[in-house]
Ligand binder design. Structure first.
Ligand code: HEM
Length: 235
């Protein structure tokens, strides 16, 4: 029996030492977790009340609120599972948790959240909405391709597509949020909000994608960090 563990790209495979923890990993994951928690606490929590009176968005039709809630619930799941997926220790020591949380990220997080975002597109705040819609499509597509590559045992490509997917959502949501608020707080009040919105809804995810691509190219020779032989095998 030949294990199909040869990555299709130039990377080699390194089996993780169970229990092994590398310098900086915990700090990296904790930082992600803190940022996600802050985002959920500040931006998302009103929608968990399930009461349209607390919507920050002007509701255009009765179903609009429930589209936002669907988007927010699946988006929250995506952000939480993203933190789990990016945690190298969990990947090495509990690969089945990584697989399940990956499926949740794709099918209960990214896909429905992107679909709800697209459904809101016609009534979304116009400035930057094309950038938002583009990022929604690319987010869903990269997540599905990343999942397919994992199922096919093409782990180097799986890593690449998932990093793109994380970069898009992270850039779209977190940087978009930070740029928008930062600009509002620190720029002269004369700046028209439509410019801010347009810039924030494009720049965040595009800059993140460029940085992610640069980082992937820079670390292309790094051995893949697999925990144990994958289940799928070519007989
Ligand atoms: C690429 C990914 C995403 C896209 C393209 C996207 C797109 C959108 C759009 C179009 C709206 C409606 C805005 C409007 O009416 O002007 C929205 C609202 C919202 N989204 Fe997302 N979203 C994404 C990911 C997420 C994620 C992961 C979360 C995490 C929970 C999230 C949380 C929210 C919240 C809380 C609102 C309401 C905003 C407010 O109250 O001001 N989104 N999103």
């Amino acid at each position: 029996m030949v294990q199909n563990v040869q990555p299709t790209e130039t990377s080699t495979v390194r089996r993780g030492r169970p229990g092994g923890r590398r310098a900086g990993e915990t700090t990296w994951v904790l930082s992600l977790a803190v940022i996600v928690t802050l985002y959920l606490a500040v931006q998302v929590h009103p929608y968990f009340r399930m009461d349209p009176a607390y919507s920050r968005i002007d509701l255009q039709f009765p179903l609009h609120y429930w589209l936002i809630v669907g988007h927010v619930v699946s988006g929250t799941l995506a952000l939480v599972t993203l933190v789990l997926q990016a945690w190298p220790w969990l990947r090495r020591n509990h690969p089945s948790v990584h697989r399940w949380s990956g499926r949740l990220y794709v099918f209960a997080g990214a896909l429905p959240a992107a679909a709800f975002a697209l459904a809101m597109f016609p009534v979304a705040f116009a400035a930057g909405s094309i950038g938002m819609a583009t990022s929604a499509v690319l987010w869903a597509v990269t997540a599905v391709i990343g999942w397919r590559r994992a199922v096919q045992g093409r782990y180097a490509e799986h890593r690449r597509w998932m990093v793109y997917s994380f970069a898009i959502v992270w850039g779209s949501v977190i940087w978009g949020f930070a740029i928008g608020w930062g600009w509002l707080l620190f720029s002269p009040w004369t700046v028209d909000f439509t410019y801010i919105s347009e810039a924030a809804r494009w720049m965040g995810w595009i800059i993140n994608l460029i940085v992610a691509h640069w980082w992937l190219e820079r670390t292309a020779d790094r051995p893949l960090d697999l925990a144990r032989p994958p289940k799928r095998a070519v007989r």
